[in-house]
Design a protein around this ligand. Sequence first.
Ligand SMILES: Cc1cc2nc3c(=O)[nH]c(=O)nc-3n(C[C@H](O)[C@H](O)[C@H](O)COP(=O)(O)O)c2cc1C
Length: 393
Amino acid sequence: MRVLTAGESHGPELTAIIEGMPAQLPLTAEMITTELARRQGGHGRGRRMQIEKDQVVISSGVRHGKTLGSPITLTVVNDDWKHWTSIMGIEPLGSDIRPEDIKRQITRPRPGHADLVGGIKFGHRDLRNVLERSSARETTMRVAAGAVAKQFLKELGIVTAAHVIEIGGITADPETITALSADQILARVEKDPVYCADPAVSPAMVEAIDDAKGRGDTLGGVVEVVIEGCPPGMGSYAQFDRKLDGRLAAAMMSINAFKGVEFGIGFEMAKRFGSEVHDEIAWSAERGYYRKTNRLGGLEGGMSTGMPIIIRGVMKPIPTLYKPLESVDIDTKEPFTATIERSDPCAVPAASVVAEHVIATELAKVIIEEFRSFEMEGLKQDVEQYRRYAKEF
Ligand SMILES: Cc1cc2nc3c(=O)[nH]c(=O)nc-3n(C[C@H](O)[C@H](O)[C@H](O)COP(=O)(O)O)c2cc1C
């Protein structure tokens, strides 16, 4: 399976094409739109999310509510486009317009964004040409494609759930959250303003976001994705680029503003003895092979163990500050405070939804590679047969 996304933040629309999704998967636009609404929510989101109420249109690859096995095209219209038709116009500008007449040109790159390096690389002197695509608006389509992947995984009994475990130094209680199943996490997160599964700390997270906003500043945090029901042996030890941990880490790191990844107890491993890290193996007729603990986060030797996969990503604070940082105007080379685009004080809750979906997409890709996967019924049977085999092995 492959996924491509396209579209500018203030362009007419955003698109994703998914190729290689098996046929006969039940799929409706509503299943995707529900997930898009989650991405748009969360305390700390600003005005852009009030302008856009993302609705997906499926324009290929699905007929009468089921996938066809042909490429699936998903589109989300940018409602804001109506205000940007001339600034972001597709057709060439008339010969009477000088470049400097184009409104909302950007010559002051924002620190922490793609603006400056993207401008140098692609030869754009109006840095809007970079910003429009590097914007996290693109994650709308990562979520749309991921919603299809999640639907696919659900059919195979695999659940992915994301939650926020830290914002601006305020952390969820590890004991509270490790006791929760993926379904319990999803149920709690649905009701929580910052998508945190620990209700004891979420008010403090809200307060921290409001405080940062009051200062014209921004906050980052940590999100966790839990995958339950993944059969053992997905990924491979036999070739480096097939290792599941490597692939999931790359997916997490591909999200805008994500700067680090860990599995299981993660960086804490550096402080412990081996006997306090590795998970002992056990077997029962009911569960088959399992680990007595899950400190390695469901991965050994680049493969899923069958235990829940636990992956965390750290998001840096949003780089666009209302208290802007110093930068240099690329026309005058004079120092300047950076241009303020519309921006949010904290997007960690929204980013947790993005994380859930990009991880689901990568896992769906791996499973589609591992099994005969032209249509769902055959695939489901193959997965079930493999699960039985692994249990008795
Ligand atoms: C869901 C989400 C929303 C974001 N919203 C904003 C935003 O409103 N303003 C902003 O400056 N950056 C925002 N970002 C972060 C930037 O997109 C990101 O920092 C930028 O593209 C540079 O990429 P890098 O941080 O990976 O180097 C957001 C990121 C995510 C995942």
